[in-house]
Design a protein around this ligand. Structure first.
Ligand SMILES: [Zn+2]
Length: 311
């Protein structure tokens, strides 16, 4: 089992809202709505490109007609292309919602990782991307996306790509007041599946936000080892009960247990807030958001829409 050396081994620095470091280039994108307001950026959103190469994705993200952009794109060899200075708003998040705020473009830095995205199983260990390229099973992770109902096949990221992304995020966190790192699939769960289960988002958040590189280096080797696909399917069927929902009531009490007699967790939830369902008991569901508690399922909508490819 090969360990992932995703420690902060790359020397990156932000200067005048531009990234300095080895194998970093700048190709400007015209797709911006101007400068962030003060206090932003405070969030980083991680994406996959669902593209065939770094170059092709950068071409789209810097084309005035595409209507999309991101601050950074990171290739499978770790090369980084910056397309907007990090004091300007990019167009990467689209319709999105997270912890009480809509339209995350106004608050966030967007990082796109070159990755083919969700793949189709063609049999005999071959997996096909939406653009027709075939990938070997060693490049593919079989796992159920938390927003989907069944096992999917996901193009793996490379180690250098993830470790360079981590170093970039650490540089951003030390320069700006970044409090949140999220996947696009967490802020637009009914539309998006990127960066998906092949990206170890929870460990990445802990390592980038808390600087806990030692924990990352040992635990990440488990997530990113070259595990055979059928092992992963077995492993993920255990956690297959996980679902995503949003709040349908105008306000919703969260309680410490699955009954109205349990005390409320302060603040509660507002309409539209996104939850992960951890388990159910009767008409109650244990959910996680910034906290963990129990809600009555009459007041939430489970999100079951599948959107396998980036639109
Ligand atoms: Zn995305």
């Amino acid at each position: 089992m090969k360990a992932l050396h995703a420690t902060s081994i790359y020397s990156f620095e932000i200067e005048d809202h531009l990234l300095n470091g080895e194998n970093v280039s700048f190709k400007p994108s015209p797709n911006t709505s101007g400068y962030f307001q003060s206090g932003s950026p405070d969030t980083i959103v991680i994406h996959f490109t669902a593209g065939s190469s770094l170059e092709s994705s950068v071409n789209v993200l810097t084309n005035a007609d595409s209507g999309v952009s991101a601050h950074f794109a990171i290739g499978r060899n770790g090369d980084i292309v910056q397309m907007l200075s990090t004091n300007k708003i990019a167009w990467h998040a689209g319709e999105s919602y997270y912890e009480g705020r809509n339209g995350l473009n106004r608050y966030s830095i967007g990082i796109e990782l070159d990755n083919a995205g969700q793949l189709k199983d063609r049999g005999n260990g071959a997996y096909e991307s939406w653009f027709g390229e075939i990938y070997d099973k060693h490049e593919v992770l079989a796992a159920q996306h938390i927003n989907q109902q069944s096992t999917g096949y996901w193009h793996k990221y490379t180690e250098v790509q993830i470790s360079r992304t981590l170093s970039l995020c650490k540089a951003l966190c030390s320069h700006y007041n970044i409090s949140t790192i999220v996947g696009h699939d967490e802020i637009a769960p009914s539309r998006k599946v990127d960066p998906g289960p092949a990206f170890p988002i929870q460990k990445f958040k802990a390592a980038a936000l808390k600087g806990n590189s030692e924990q990352w280096a040992t635990e990440a080797s488990e997530t990113n080892s070259q595990r055979e696909a059928h092992d992963q399917i077995q492993r993920d069927s255990v956690s297959a009960v996980k679902r995503v929902a949003n709040v349908s009531a105008n306000s919703l009490n969260v309680r410490k247990g699955p009954d109205i007699t349990f005390s409320k967790i302060e603040n509660g939830l507002n309409k539209g807030e996104v939850l992960k369902i951890l388990e159910k008991q009767g008409e109650w569901a244990k959910v996680s958001y910034t906290k963990v508690g129990w809600v009555n399922t009459r007041y939430i909508n489970e999100i079951t829409e599948k959107s396998p490819f980036k639109s």
